[in-house]
Design a protein around this ligand. Structure first.
Ligand code: 5GP
Ligand code: ZN
Length: 114
């Protein structure tokens, strides 16, 4: 999608610190990290929110979670532990309307979810 920030990152129009990439997903360091490790994983395809993934279309979610495993290992936070978060719509805290998963780790995370 033309004006979407994350689509621009996929197209290389906005630079990112790439952590992992395959044919379906891209993972990069968050520009405003909330933890020592804070990586964003996105599908390369423009999907606005979690609600736009069809019930049958679980491939995209499997790709995101598969990438989360790889990212956690690459960043060395897999054994200590990490958190995956997908914010959906306004009250869920979604600011960028291109589906994405946050991977947070590198410290003991607070109990509350936000
Ligand atoms: P949301 O609140 O939508 O779940 O999270 C969006 C995330 O994307 C935020 O954590 C924000 O810091 C990150 N972000 C927004 N714009 C950019 C950008 O241009 N580059 C990178 N690397 N991260 C971004
Ligand atoms: Zn997009």
């Amino acid at each position: 999608m033309e004006s979407c920030i994350f689509c621009k990152i996929v197209r290389g129009e906005i630079p990112c610190s790439k952590v992992y990439e395959d044919d379906r997903v891209l993972a990069f360091d968050d520009i405003h990290p909330m933890a020592p490790v804070h990586v964003i994983v996105i599908p390369k395809e423009h999907v606005p929110t979690l609600l736009d993934v069809d019930a049958g279309g679980t491939d995209i979610l499997a790709s995101l979670f598969g990438a989360a495993q790889i990212v956690a290992k690459k960043k060395g936070i897999d054994q200590a532990g990490f958190r995956t978060v997908i914010n959906c719509n306004e009250e869920g805290g979604q600011v960028v309307f291109h589906l994405h998963m946050h991977i947070l780790g590198g410290k003991r995370l607070a109990d509350e979810l936000g």
